[in-house]
Design a binder for this molecule. Structure first.
Ligand code: MLT
Ligand code: MN
Length: 312
């Protein structure tokens, strides 16, 4: 199975359009060791011909332009795509807005939880993807589903989804509810285990996760590969940077560092390869020459980059 990280940044991308924080500024200026990144998305293929996208980011047009494997075959029909399906891990803007760029009556399939599909249904703009051409299919939790294209042919990729602690999309938050839970596991945010249906490699993809509990640790034990929520290095990073009021916990994202962070939480779990993705534009690891970048690498993690390929 082949995986390609086509977008390794969190919502907003890197640099973010309106951001003048030192990291976005450096990325814009082309400072060496600080690479720009597009918004959160992963592509997987069992046969190297058909691809399943995991999340459709607002940068999808640029991502396809930079990824020959996702472009129409030179000898293909007049209208065609190797993109067979899109699996959504939540309804955040950075994960669903790219669907709108995939209009043009091109068949493919959309898979997600009932909760996320309900959000698409409630937003009529997504009707540009006519469900009779682009079917929407429920991804049932905790069992393997063979991902099929818009016409029902298997892609060779199988996916097992599972709820992870997280929250509803920002635009659906009930901000007046003081009891709101930003770390619930009700299906608003999922992780997925992606595998080749013919056997062979597999990987976990969890771009949003509010905390690591015993259940998640057990699930990830002996995984060949994990692509995990690397939004923030420290929980209060956006406040310290002066760009926002929210902690990672409030946004449904665990931090990399700290005793409750991802590095510590997964340190004792046997995972062969661990890669951070969904990296926010305030995260100091984006600077390859930072002490935080070195600390993350020393802890055995890789920092996801756009275009990074993994063979499993
Ligand atoms: C998130 O991951 O928290 C969201 O993508 C934030 C957003 O919608 O900008
Ligand atoms: Mn996001």
């Amino acid at each position: 199975m082949r995986l390609k990280i086509i977008g390794s940044a969190a919502g907003g991308g890197f640099p973010q359009w309106n951001c003048n924080y030192k990291l976005s500024r450096a990325a814009r200026a082309g400072v060496s060791g600080i690479e720009p990144r597009t918004q959160s998305s992963l592509a997987a293929s069992a046969d190297g011909r058909g691809w399943v996208l995991f999340n459709a980011s607002p940068d999808i047009r640029q991502q396809i332009a930079l990824t020959p494997q996702l472009q129409p075959a030179v000898d293909g029909p007049l209208r065609s795509t190797p993109i067979r399906a899109v699996v959504l891990t939540n309804a955040d803007v950075d994960h669903v807005a790219g669907l709108l760029s995939l209009r043009e009556r091109q068949p493919f399939a959309i898979y997600s939880t009932q909760e996320v599909l309900r959000v698409l249904e409630a937003n009529s703009i997504f009707n540009v993807l006519d469900p009779s051409v682009v079917p929407r299919r429920v991804l049932p939790p905790d069992r393997e589903t063979a991902i099929c294209d818009g016409e029902g042919r298997e892609t060779g990729i199988v996916v097992e989804s599972f709820a992870v602690p997280g929250k509803v999309a920002l635009y659906l938050e009930n901000t007046s509810d003081p009891q709101a839970d930003f770390s619930s596991d009700k299906g608003d945010t999922i992780g997925v285990r992606i595998a080749n249906g013919q056997g062979g490699g597999s990987a976990f993809y969890i771009p949003g996760c509010a905390r690591i509990d015993a259940g998640l640790r057990a699930r990830l034990a002996h995984a060949p590969c994990l692509l995990f929520d690397g939004t923030l290095y420290t929980d209060d990073e956006m406040i310290t940077a002066g760009v926002g009021q929210k902690t990672g916990a409030r946004m449904g994202h665990i931090a990399m560092s700290g005793e409750n962070g991802a590095i510590a939480g997964l340190a004792s779990v046997a995972i062969s390869r661990r890669v951070f993705v969904h990296i926010n534009n305030t995260n100091p690891v984006l600077d390859e020459n930072s002490s935080e970048h070195a600390a993350v690498r020393a802890a055995g993690w890789e920092i996801g980059r756009d275009g990074m390929e993994l063979e499993l």
